[in-house]
Design a protein around this ligand. Structure first.
Ligand code: HEM
Ligand code: HEM
Length: 411
């Protein structure tokens, strides 16, 4: 199959909308049909959420050194702010930036406009309301108490509606595509939008009557932990990784200025990731109270993950061959390349760590240490946040008709 070369540029936005006009822009969702406006709203919102969540992170880190810092106020305690940092970073910054970048890429890969910019802007508005809701409820202590599934029920319903609207917009756009050959990024985006709602529904117990009375709540006993980690692992693998890799594959030829080394290898990576990732959940509970056989299945598939990972990494190194010097070029044009290449290298490191830390002998030494938090940040911050940042540095100047402050960016 002939891969479509990404990077076709379909006209700049004429309207220069700075960061400060964001709230007004979001409120005008109902009459804003301007091309790329949904992508722009998502990206600008995500940057604001990034500023918020890293400020929270700074407070959390300070509390490690001075545990009494801001002490005495319940809503400023570590236990209340940590879930806000984690959920805000994952569902605010990273999910919204990936969505914005995906909406920017989509017309360029399909050759048609986004099905509805208005719907995209409405989705962005609702997404911001979701995060505002979480920023109020989590510090007040309203939580489902399950990692990565902390949002309370009304927010869960709101998130499901958001995912449905986003999925509708993206699938309608792809359906209008004339040339049916799909570049690998589209596979990743479509896969993410099918897997994520299902994973979120299962992880938040939408599909189960767990109380026997038609209600929702924790599944009895250890099953709840197993379900939680099936979910926790799958949002990592079937949402954050897949949206991130879709973006990665689009920008790889753009930033390295080389054609993608192998389209076939990229699709082998996609299908093996889809098949292997979903069996990994129990590697978060090694030596836990769950069944041993399930741990063994998870460990086996964790090691098999080396196949999709190396499909991505090999494609990365071969495509980037001869282009590494661009990382050290200080011009505007190549500013994003540095973030992008570091993101690619961090993916290689994270996903080489992963299969080894799933082995029982290794895991028993690492599990209760800060290695795990570091692995999480190597993946979410150094890999996928850097890839998002590179993409934003590329996209924003084009959408806002402005240029990045080079000195600040290098600093
Ligand atoms: C081949 C790929 C990977 C494998 C086999 C793998 C394996 C693992 C294992 C075994 C753990 C559990 C460590 C413990 O608690 O003892 C873990 C934790 C974690 N991994 Fe990965 N990992 C991989 C890639 C990734 C990627 C790409 C991401 C993010 C996009 C990621 C995010 C995380 C996070 C957030 C945790 C911590 C979860 C928590 O306890 O809160 N991993 N990983
Ligand atoms: C300046 C940057 C950041 C700092 C200083 C920081 C700091 C922290 C701290 C202190 C924790 C709590 C660790 C604990 O409970 O012991 C944490 C957890 C976490 N953060 Fe960040 N963070 C940063 C950026 C990010 C970003 C950008 C993301 C995602 C896009 C992220 C995702 C997470 C996740 C998933 C966890 C839970 C990890 C686990 O349970 O293993 N962080 N972070």
């Amino acid at each position: 199959m002939e891969a479509k070369r990404p990077g076709r540029w379909q006209g700049r936005s004429r309207q220069n909308m700075g960061l400060l006009s964001l709230p007004g822009g979001l409120c005008r969702w109902n009459n804003n049909d301007e091309e790329n406006s949904a992508a722009r709203s998502f990206i600008l919102s995500s940057v604001l959420w990034l500023a918020f969540v890293v400020s929270l992170a700074l407070i959390l880190a300070t509390k490690f050194v001075w545990p009494d810092f801001l002490g005495g106020t319940a809503w400023l305690s570590f236990g209340r702010l940590r879930p806000l940092h984690v959920n805000g970073a994952l569902f605010g910054w990273l999910s919204m930036s990936s969505t914005g970048i995906m909406l920017y890429i989509l017309p360029r890969l399909t050759g048609v406009r986004l099905y509805s910019e208005r719907l995209g802007n409405l989705t962005c508005l609702l997404w911001n309301l979701l995060l505002i809701g979480a920023s109020i409820t989590l510090p007040l202590g309203y939580t489902q108490g399950r990692e990565y599934a902390e949002f309370i029920l009304p927010l869960d319903y709101l998130f499901m509606s958001i995912l449905a609207l986003l999925g509708y917009n993206v699938f309608k756009t792809v359906a209008r595509m004339k040339d049916k050959a799909m570049y690998v990024s589209l596979w990743y985006f479509l896969g993410s939008l099918v897997w994520m709602p299902f994973t979120y529904m299962v992880g938040n117990n939408f599909l189960m009557d767990t109380t026997g009375l038609g209600g929702r709540g924790p599944v009895p006993g250890v099953n709840d932990a197993m379900l939680n980690w099936w979910y926790g692992h799958n949002i990592i693998g079937m949402w954050f990784s897949t949206t991130g890799l879709g973006i990665f594959y689009y920008f790889l030829p753009v930033f390295t200025k080389n054609p993608l080394y192998s389209h076939r290898l990229s699709l082998i990576g996609f299908w093996t990731l889809a098949f292997f990732y979903v069996w990994n959940g129990q590697h978060h509970l090694i030596y836990g109270p769950g069944p041993d056989w399930l741990e063994d299945v998870a460990i086996t598939f964790s090691v098999l993950m080396l196949i999709p990972v190396f499909a991505v990494v090999y494609n990365f190194f071969k495509t980037a061959q001869g282009s590494w010097h661009l990382m050290f070029d200080n011009s505007h044009e190549h500013l994003p390349v540095r973030f992008f290449m570091v993101g690619g290298l961090a993916y290689f490191l994270t996903c080489t760590q992963g299969p080894f830390q799933a082995l029982k002998a290794v895991n028993s030494n690492l599990h209760l240490s800060y290695w795990v938090v570091a692995h999480a940040h190597l993946a979410f911050l150094a890999t996928f946040s850097f890839i998002s940042m590179a993409s934003i540095y590329y996209i924003l100047p084009r959408l806002l008709n402005t240029s990045i402050n080079l000195r600040l960016a290098h600093w």
